[in-house]
Design a protein around this ligand. Structure first.
Ligand code: HEC
Length: 132
């Protein structure tokens, strides 16, 4: 459903501005639809007993570092996203989930995600060392 995600008018605007000056290649909502909505649902309400709601979720609206590390490394039934999402994409999608569906948390910056990625890598490495 490319036409739904990228309305022609938006595409035309992006082309007019010139690709090199467009910061986020993919709009935040599209990032959410592509990477998260299969489990957490487009409504952010999740699926009871399987996928937690992000809408109205205090953890999601809490410490940006903790939220970033959780999504970077994955947790329980959630896959890790550190190889799939850039710092800019993750900042955009987290900012989206923190402000959509009535959520009211501050944006997550690219710098915060960059710092969280260092922490997430260290945590993943420590976990790996424990296993071996
Ligand atoms: C394959 C299904 C799946 C996908 C895709 C997925 N998640 Fe999750 N997510 C989960 C599950 C399952 C949990 C609960 C993990 C647990 O119980 O420890 C979770 C937990 C979370 C949490 C922690 C919630 C809490 O209350 O502790 C956040 C934040 C989150 N997901 C955000 C995202 C974002 C953002 C994306 C997209 C980039 C995403 N998830 C994609 C399945 C998914």
């Amino acid at each position: 459903m490319i036409s739904l995600r990228f309305p022609a008018v938006l595409l035309a605007a992006a082309l007019a501005v010139g690709a090199s000056t467009v910061q986020a290649a993919t709009p935040p909502q599209a990032l959410f639809m592509d990477n998260c909505s299969a489990c957490h649902q487009p409504t952010g309400k999740g699926v009871t007993g399987a996928f937690p709601a992000l809408a109205g979720n205090p953890f999601v609206q809490g410490d940006p570092a903790l939220v970033s590390v959780t999504v970077l490394n994955g947790r329980g039934g959630m896959p890790a996203f550190k190889d799939d999402l850039t710092d800019a994409d993750l900042a955009a999608v987290l900012t989206y989930v923190r402000s959509a569906w009535g959520n009211k948390a501050k944006p997550v910056t690219v710098a915060q995600v960059r710092a969280a990625r260092v922490k997430a890598n260290a945590m993943a490495k420590a976990r790996g060392l424990q296993i071996h």
